[in-house]
Design a protein around this ligand. Structure first.
Ligand code: SAM
Length: 264
C-alpha cells in the first residue's frame, strides 16, 4: 500500500482505532433500516463499520486521491456508495432526494459549522447528526446561558436540535494527531416548525453583535424600534432591561422575537 500524504488543508485527521469506530457507530443509534450520509470518507474506516450496521451509506469525499484506497471497501460492501464531490456545493434538491436519513461523520474541522447549518437549514434536514467536532465547538454547542461559550452557535443549534455530548476523544487517536482534543456530539432533530427560525436567527445575531453592549443597545442597532418599545417587550417577558444577550435562553429569544414582530 502506498503511503498517503495527508492534507491538513482538507482537515485530514483519520481514525483507524476499531474500538473508537465501533463506539461512534453505537453512539449514533443507527440501525439496519437507516440510510446514512457520511461527509468525508477518508480511508473509509468509519464507512466500513457503518456499512455492517445500516441499510446504505452514501459518503462524500472531496479528495479524489482517496479513490485509490476505496476499491476493497466498495467491493466488500455493496451498500456503500462514494461521491467524490465537495459536500458544501451539493444542491438542496440533491439533499431532498435522500428521503429520511441520518448523518454520521468525523468532520473536516475547518468547515464544521458550515456543514452543520447546511444540513439543518436545507429542505430535508437529517433525523440525527452524530459528528466528531473539536472539543471547543462541542463546548459551545452545549453551553449554558451566562457562560463564555454560550452564543450564536449554541442557540442556532438548539433552534433545530437537542445536542448531547457523547464522549471526549483524545487527539492521540487521530492520524496525523491534531493539536486539540475532539468530542463526539449527537444532535437529534425535533419539530419546531411553528417557530420563525430565520427571524430568531436574526435576533440572536443582533443580540451578540457586541458582547459588551446590553441586549437593548444591540437590538436598537438592528431594528427600527425605540428604546422604550424594546424595554417594554422585555418587561412583558419578565426580563430585566439591563441584561446582555448571553443571559437569555432559546425560549426567551423566541418569545422576544414574537414581541418584536408585533412592533415592526
Ligand atoms: N471519515 C474518515 C475517518 O474518520 O478517518 C476521514 C475523516 S477526516 C477528519 C475528514 C475528511 O473529509 C477528509 O478525508 C477530507 O478529505 C474530507 N473533506 C474535507 N472537506 C470536504 C468537503 N468539502 N466535502 C467532502 N469531503 C471533505
Amino acid at each position: 500500500m502506498k503511503v498517503f500524504d495527508y492534507k491538513k488543508s482538507l482537515g485530514q485527521n483519520f481514525i483507524y482505532d476499531i474500538n473508537l469506530l465501533n463506539a461512534i457507530v453505537s453512539d449514533s443509534c443507527v440501525d439496519k433500516d437507516d440510510f446514512v450520509l457520511e461527509i468525508g470518507t477518508g480511508m473509509g474506516t468509519l464507512t466500513a463499520v457503518l456499512a455492517n450496521r445500516v441499510k446504505h451509506v452514501l459518503s462524500f469525499e472531496i479528495d479524489k486521491r482517496l479513490e485509490f484506497y476505496h476499491t476493497d471497501l466498495l467491493h466488500k460492501n455493496l451498500n456503500v456508495s462514494v461521491r467524490y464531490e465537495d459536500f458544501l456545493l451539493l444542491s438542496d434538491r440533491d439533499i431532498c432526494s435522500f428521503g429520511n436519513y441520518k448523518v454520521v461523520a468525523n468532520l473536516p474541522y475547518y468547515i464544521t459549522t458550515q456543514i452543520i447549518f447546511k444540513l439543518l437549514e436545507c429542505g430535508n434536514p437529517p433525523k440525527s447528526i452524530t459528528i466528531m467536532v473539536q472539543k471547543e465547538v462541542a463546548d459551545r454547542m452545549t453551553a449554558k446561558p451566562n457562560t463564555k461559550d454560550f452564543g450564536i452557535l449554541t442557540l442556532n443549534v438548539a433552534l433545530h436540535t437537542k445536542p448531547k455530548l457523547m464522549r471526549i476523544v483524545k487527539s492521540e487517536v487521530f492520524t496525523p494527531q491534531p493539536k486539540v482534543d475532539s468530542a463526539l456530539m449527537h444532535l437529534t432533530s425535533y419539530d419546531n416548525s411553528c417557530v420563525d427560525k430565520q427571524a430568531v436567527k436574526k435576533l440572536v445575531k443582533c443580540a451578540f453583535g457586541s458582547r459588551r453592549k446590553t441586549l437593548v443597545n444591540n437590538i436598537l442597532a438592528c431594528y427600527n424600534v425605540t428604546r422604550l418599545q424594546i424595554v417594554q417587550c422585555l418587561t412583558n417577558l419578565g426580563i430585566d432591561a439591563s441584561v446582555r444577550g448571553e443571559a437569555l435562553n432559546l425560549e426567551q429569544f423566541i418569545a422576544l422575537q414574537e414581541q418584536i414582530k408585533k412592533l415592526c
